[in-house]
Design a protein around this ligand. Structure first.
Ligand code: NAD
Length: 253
């Protein structure tokens, strides 16, 4: 018996990194998975990995920052699998040009808000009505440790603003949709060794002071995927509105 048997999950940014590991894990636990991704080759490759392991998955091209694209991805998922009950808004990330509020280029600020925050908003906007139709389910949003602590966040004001708003939005949506049995939670990862972040670690691009506050060392994508699986499954049926740090103790240090 899988922990997500009978579920249909849409995971954004599931072609690489944390989203990819979550897509493979959710499928292994019995979910039918829509791999929603704008890098087509990576998205198709994720579907191939899932189907090779005996799972059921669909690739849907999406740009999470475009309303029509997100609506079409939700529609394609329901058309193929008959319903949608789990949404994992995973897309996001830092921009190397992000910086302090007095310096950051204005377009970088709006770019972060458009992808991380508006992308999360759009996923919820189009998926929640389907989750309600399915009789309830789970939304998992993606914040970051920068949403929870002051230091060392100020050098990435755009990313920090977007992720902080995702935490607040998660709380508000949890209250709004609890009567319809839609649980809404978020995960706040610390440094997690995706391909992208591993490259930055190899280049010594992540400050030692930040790394040393990861008390158990940097995490693996599977650490975050496992937390997402828990929040998607009925094991977390009494948990809604929370942001779960998967941060190696960073926010405690
Ligand atoms: N890796 C970390 O250390 C870390 C730390 C804190 C928070 N996070 C958060 O975790 C999430 C996943 O991070 P990751 O490191 O796995 O990312 P990643 O860069 O490895 O993968 C992101 C995926 O999203 C896709 N994508 C990007 N923009 C998209 C768009 N507009 N529409 C559709 N797909 C898009 C990319 O093609 C890629 O496949 C992000 O929200 C990130 O902010 C990661």
């Amino acid at each position: 018996m899988g922990r997500l048997d009978g579920r249909v999950a849409l995971i954004t940014g599931a072609g690489a990194g944390i989203g990819r590991r979550a897509a493979v894990l959710f499928a292994r636990e019995g979910a039918k998975v829509a791999v929603a991704e704008f890098a087509d080759d990576a998205g198709r490759d994720a579907v191939a990995e899932i189907t090779a392991a005996g799972g059921d998955a669909l690739f849907v091209h999406v740009d999470v920052s475009e309303p029509d694209s997100v609506e079409a991805a939700v529609r394609a998922t329901v058309a193929r699998f008959g319903k949608l009950d789990t949404l994992y808004n995973n897309v996001g990330g830092t921009n190397p040009k992000d910086g302090p509020v007095t310096d950051v280029p204005i377009d970088v600020f709006w770019g972060s808000l458009k992808r991380d925050l508006f992308g999360t908003f759009l996923g919820c906007r189009f998926a929640i009505p389907e989750i309600i139709k399915a009789g309830g389910g789970a939304v998992i949003n993606t914040a970051s440790l920068v949403a929870l602590i002051g230091k060392p966040a100020p050098s990435q004001i755009s990313y920090t603003a977007a992720k902080g708003a995702i935490v607040s939005m998660t709380r508000a949506m949890a209250v709004q949709y609890a009567p319809q049995k839609v649980r809404v939670n978020a995960i706040a990862p610390g440094i997690t060794k995706t391909e992208r972040v591993s490259r930055r670690l190899d280049e010594n691009a992540i400050p030692a002071a930040m790394l040393s506050r990861h008390l158990l060392g940097p995490g693996e994508p599977m650490d975050v995927a496992n937390a997402a699986l828990y929040l998607a499954s009925d094991e977390s049926r009494m948990i809604t509105g929370h942001t779960l740090p998967v941060d190696s103790g960073m926010t405690m240090s």
